[in-house]
Design a protein around this ligand. Structure first.
Ligand code: ZN
Length: 326
């Protein structure tokens, strides 16, 4: 049903209209892995790893209709108050799967497209600095980039790397002390291993709050990315930047709908027209005296509470729905 709707919207040119409408905003895309596996693995029912041929079609579409810029370019333009080219897109990859090295990076490099990878820094440290192997194996969809892999990608191809915390917890489920540890130690790991200043952050599972955003700012991160889907204005708050999740189910029409911002507009419209269906009841929540608010997640569904910003509930790209490991 959704596939048909997306095809109709794309075929009718609505995606072009939406892309034009949002041309002065910057769309951030959030991938996880890219795989050479010809069929979707039973271990990946949500399509976390995009098939390489489909990924190539995504990149070709971007090359024809958008301008892929580096995250650092967006940040610099925001600092300088300088407009970006119309139809700018930033590519990001969460979790740091090893197939970024063996599949995604060569495809991006061939098109001279920049990208930022957000590492779970404990995983990078656990991977041995084995002899580098550049051809894909199925293991690359489960394993992570080692620091040696990361340095190679950084030095030879210019890819950017940021933090996805140390261990990939839902930050809103942690105590203040543990949240701070995740933010601070992964920051230190990146600075020590890669000699980068002010790395960027991606909130695991899309969980964040205004207080967590402030903590990330205090640690020294340059910015922090959510999985809320909206396009970003040039003056958007740097610690709540929105991204659009992309998975293996996204054919060209679905991809065009998401990149154009149309999918986000439709979710907002339906949420406005049918608010009761768009925003289910709030599960039990509480705030404690810790600097960070804590949410008790009784299910994958949760909503806004005072002082918190959370992903919208009906979003079918809610990280827990696309994959428990977003
Ligand atoms: Zn993740």
């Amino acid at each position: 049903m959704k596939t048909l709707l997306f095809s109709l919207l794309h075929g009718a040119g609505i995606t072009k209209l939406s892309a034009w409408w949002f041309r002065r905003r910057t769309i951030f895309l959030c991938y996880h892995g890219v795989t050479e596996c010809p069929q979707r693995s039973p271990e990946d029912p949500k399509g976390l790893h995009v098939n390489a041929r489909r990924f190539a079609r995504h990149l070709d579409f971007l090359q024809s209709h958008y301008r892929v810029i580096a995250l650092r370019d967006y940040l610099q333009a925001q600092r300088e108050g300088r407009p970006l080219p119309a139809y700018s897109v930033v590519l990001t990859f969460d979790d740091g799967f090893r197939n970024f090295l063996t599949v995604a990076a060569p495809m991006l490099a061939a098109r001279k497209m920049p990208a930022t990878v957000f590492l779970i820094t404990d995983r990078a440290g656990e991977e041995s600095d084995r002899q580098l192997r550049r051809d894909w194996t199925a293991e690359d969809d489960r394993r992570y980039l080692s620091w040696k892999d990361v340095r190679l990608l950084q030095e030879t191809q210019g890819f950017e790397f940021g933090s996805h915390t140390c261990s990939h917890p839902g930050l809103l489920t942690l105590s203040a002390v543990d949240s701070r540890h995740e933010l601070q130690h992964s920051y230190n790991d990146l600075v020590n291993h890669l000699a980068i200043e002010n790395p960027s952050l991606s909130y695991p599972k899309g969980q964040y709050s205004t207080l967590l955003a402030e903590a990330a700012r205090q640690v020294g991160y340059a910015c922090a990315l959510t999985t809320d889907r909206g396009p970003n204005e040039l003056d958007h708050d740097l610690f709540t930047l929105g991204r659009t999740l992309i998975g293996d189910f996204d054919d060209e029409a679905a991809f065009a709908v998401r990149v154009s911002g149309l999918r986000w507009s439709l979710v907002k419209l339906f949420g406005f027209l049918w608010p009761s269906s768009a925003v289910p009841q709030v599960p039990q929540t509480k705030q404690i005296r810790d600097p960070f608010p804590i949410v008790i997640l009784k299910s994958a569904r949760f909503t806004r509470v005072p002082g918190l910003r959370s992903p919208r509930l009906t979003d079918d790209c809610l990280p827990e729905k696309i994959h428990p490991h977003s």
